[in-house]
Design a protein. Sequence first.
Length: 453
Amino acid sequence: MSPDPITETIASLMPRAKAELAELVAFKSVADFDQFPRSESEAAANWVADALRAEGFQDVALLDTPDGTQSVYGLLPGPEGAPTVLLYAHYDVQPPLDEAAWTSPPFELTERDGRWYGRGSADCKGGVLMHLLALRALKANGGVPVTVKVIAEGSEEQGTGGLERYAEQHPDLLAADTIVIGDAGNFRVGLPTVTATLRGMTLVRVRIDTLAGNLHSGQFGGAAPDALAALVRVLDSLRAEDGSTTVDGLTGDEVWDGLQYEEDDFRKDAKVLDGVRLVGKGTVADRIWARPAVTVLGIDCPPVVGATPSVQAAARALISLRVPPGVDAAEATKLLQAHLETHTPWGAQVTTEQIGQGQPFRADTTSPAYAAMAQAMGEAYPGEEMQYAGQGGSIPLCNTLAALYPRAEILLIGLSEPEAQIHAVDESVSPQELERLSVAEALFLRKYAATAG
């Protein structure tokens, strides 16, 4: 059997896609403007806008969202009476962490061992290219059979909710019959997967104060209350002996009954050191997809190098709490803040501040769009059936879109499989996954149009 023309077209477009992804990765588009220039994010937004215009999109606009960032919007009209599909990705990225630890520069797309390395290559600038490839292939083979809206967010990684608030203020803008979120990933390379659930997230900053100023540890240590020691005790209270998350009032016994994640595979994917045990209880899938998980993201305290013999007067930490489907993120935030306040020892002064939040999400996998995607993925990945998995990460926009457009079908696919190491040093994308998922998306749009018609 000869290959589908869509498959051949996308294969021929891959060299161009690599060059374009290199251009997009080169922008240091971290939406934390205390660390990275705003101009880098604005340049990335303009790159996406120009790409949409080149593909014939109308009404292309840079949307100034309430959090001070820009999202890119465009409309590609389809045949009369055709359904509307919204394609989502984000062009902002996580900070590169320790740039010196990268094997190649984080903002320079580099091919190595069959993968393309660079910050955002998978999460989620590669998602922007996936949408463009799918649309180009359809245009070259009879045309795009649906009306397409594209939205590329500028602050997804920061969790500041700019696009969510903008969508709520302009409810007609992103209205669609089906929404494809290109910010998830296959369970592993070569296994086509849609993400059926997402954990939500809340970010809380906690500060503990005990003294008017630092004191000499020899003169006052032993009686003076140490703010850093108090903070350590508070943070320790967030986990049980086995490492399970223990926020007072928040249950943690939910189970995942879908695709399972073998412990040996997880240890390999997570690069757990020999002899180090995994934390929590239940299956790995229970722990990362169905239960809450707390992580200490950072602590403000003196570095070891240059530290003085002092009792610390103040200490601060940033805490992330992942919230499973079925739990309201706002309520989980209140429980976390109450827990931190209750477990602060010695009468120390404690303040908490929520700085970001996103609700969990559960998709309706019985919808016609899922059937069309299953067929498309089966053709793009010969011999494989589409799998349903959860994802521990958050995409707050999903719940906003589900609330605004309750009849819309929402599918989550993408390039962030385990080998991609998103958010970590040496993030990369598999070009084979980019190619096959672009094929799958193009075939999906064609099949979905036929089903809807």
